[in-house]
Design a protein around this ligand. Sequence first.
Ligand code: SF4
Length: 304
Amino acid sequence: MFTKVPIEEIIIRPPVEGSSLSTLIAVTGGCSWNKCKFCNTYKGAYGVIQDYGIRPIEDVKNDIDYYANINRHGFPVFLAGGNPTSAPTDYLAEIIKYVRLKIHNVPRVSCYSKALDILRKTEEELKKLADAGLDIVYMGLESGSSKVLRIMRKGTNAESMIKAGKKLLNAGIKLSLYIILGLGGKKYSKDHVTETARVLTEINPTIFRFRTLNIGPHSDLWTDWKNGDFELLSPVENLIEERDIIANLGENITSQVFNDHISNYCDIETPNIKEDREMFLKTLDYYINHPRIKNLPRKNLTRM
Ligand code: SF4
């Protein structure tokens, strides 16, 4: 039904790494896991499917040479693919070093990652990636609740997320975690909130970002939802989850927080949640109690 696209074709990147802002270079294609119940990214969400694969290093280097030749210096570089950290460390370190060598004044080199990739690597390997010049990885925590993660087939649990997060930060690589509001549905909303706040507090990531659950027709969660086995939250219930996660954070947490995804119902952000927690909560309460927001329909996007 869908065309299969080659692994060098870039399907997604975080909003902050938009192609007008960053240089996008494909390293892997697809996702090495590809089993999360809520995710249809590589299964047709964008009208195509893509298998997992690691690109030949010469092809990646050719792309880097191309960007160097057209003088695309001074921009952040995003190494694309569902999880380039699934690739062998030496391969990835060589690519990052080559980016740093060929493209000048790169303020940031980043990529997506999965907790299991990080747990499989030794501390020395992560240090090697940091020394090569990997600045930040974007990782889906999605939920701090092991129950929710198991139901959603994330392939990891809260404790491995904490371990992976701390391992990255200890190696000197910044960490941006994604939280999906509404991922526990109505049934596990409380657990999703308290456990997510606990895991964030344990990790104290550099950044955490909210997005809101939307179910696409090519995800397995779509069937659960259609059968009535999963109940989506309303916009105001998603905002209440966000408020409660922030309210439950420990005192130590100093992360930057963003709502920079199209799926969200607010766009509040802060460079330090410890300093801005009261502002954040007050603003969320304002939204939650606003009559217009209370009656707001869901966006019903068909992608995450
Ligand atoms: S959510 Fe991430 S890890 Fe899960 S299947 Fe999608 S791309 Fe892979």
